[in-house]
Design a protein around this ligand. Structure first.
Ligand SMILES: O=C(O)CCC(=O)C(=O)O
Length: 302
């Protein structure tokens, strides 16, 4: 759906200026949007997963682990597909307050795309290099976005998400390297052309949400603080934005579930050119593992 059509609808959660800011800058941060009750419930479940991760020494379909992870000193990079791991994450993604935000920015017909919980552990949790989401999961049009929930207070030291304002209106970059292998991020040469002095760092107290458009260039620095930075990300799309690749169809029954409105009768087509990602039908690792050039876990989400 086109921004003008979306902006003409009455919003449910955002004010008009926040919606206009999203379409202008390609991202938005809303301080303490999620209440303490939701946070307490999500933390209770999340603590159980952190405990469970102690039994694992290597990344697998559920846990993406730092190489230093151990039973005594858990260091998770990611809980993959949280909405598949526990019904509470799905309740939050499909019925929680962020669904109104998705509707305000995508229009009335909203489909779920995927979920992940990026921990960015304390004392060096890994960076996420500059990238766009669209080359990982291209669609017939760019009415696709991701909403992150900070489950802790996040300041400058903790590797907040950063985004380049207006970059969603620019080119779709090559995410392959010079050997034509998937790199999962922009090349150093392309990064060198970016206006990095304009980066908006999305910080906020626990309960704050970040929203970024699928073509917005974004990333985050390592977490050098003593507190972890769990960011629960759920991605959504307009029902008229059809996936051009199977990923992550094979991995989640929830992918493309209609959570608001009615199924689309028409696919909206955008004229933009985008390189297709590799065939991940036999399994995918994670953006961390790819960017750090590790083998990583099979079948984890982007
Ligand atoms: O966790 C982060 O800081 C960034 C996450 C992200 O961009 C991704 O997982 O695609």
């Amino acid at each position: 759906m086109k921004p003008e059509q979306i902006l003409a609808r009455t919003p449910k959660a955002l004010c008009q200026s926040q919606r206009e800011q999203f379409f202008h800058d390609g991202y938005l941060v809303i301080d303490q949007f999620i209440d303490q009750e939701w946070l307490d419930r999500l933390w209770a479940v999340t603590h159980d997963f952190i405990e469970e991760s102690r039994q694992h020494t290597k990344s697998n379909e559920k846990f993406d682990l730092e190489l230093e992870h151990s039973a005594e000193n858990p260091r998770l990079r990611r809980l993959s597909w949280p909405t598949m791991q526990h019904e509470l994450y799905w309740e939050f993604a499909s019925q929680g307050p962020i669904v109104d935000v998705a509707e305000d920015l995508l229009g009335g017909d909203v489909m779920f795309h995927h979920s992940k919980l990026n921990f960015k552990w304390s004392g060096g949790g890994e960076e996420v290099k500059w990238h766009q989401d669209f080359p990982f999961y291209p669609h017939s049009n760019p009415s696709v976005l991701a909403i992150g929930l900070y489950m802790n207070d996040v300041d400058d030291q903790m590797g907040p998400m950063g985004a380049i304002p207006g970059s969603q209106k620019g080119p779709i970059y090559n995410h392959y390297n010079e050997r034509n292998l998937w790199a999962g991020g922009l090349s150093d040469a392309d990064v060198g052309t970016l206006p990095l002095d304009s980066v908006g760092w999305m910080k906020g107290n626990a309960g704050s949400i970040t929203v970024h458009h699928c073509q917005t260039i974004h990333g985050s620095l390592p977490n050098n603080s003593s507190r972890m930075r769990p960011l629960l990300i759920n991605a959504y799309k307009s029902a008229d934005a059809r996936s051009l690749t199977s990923y992550p169809d094979s991995e989640s029954k929830q992918h493309s579930t209609l959570i608001r409105g009615t199924p689309a009768r028409w696919a909206e087509l955008s004229p933009a050119l985008c390189r297709l990602p590799p065939d991940w039908s036999e399994g995918y690792t994670s953006i961390f593992a790819i960017q750090q050039k590790e083998g990583g876990s099979p079948r984890a989400a982007k």
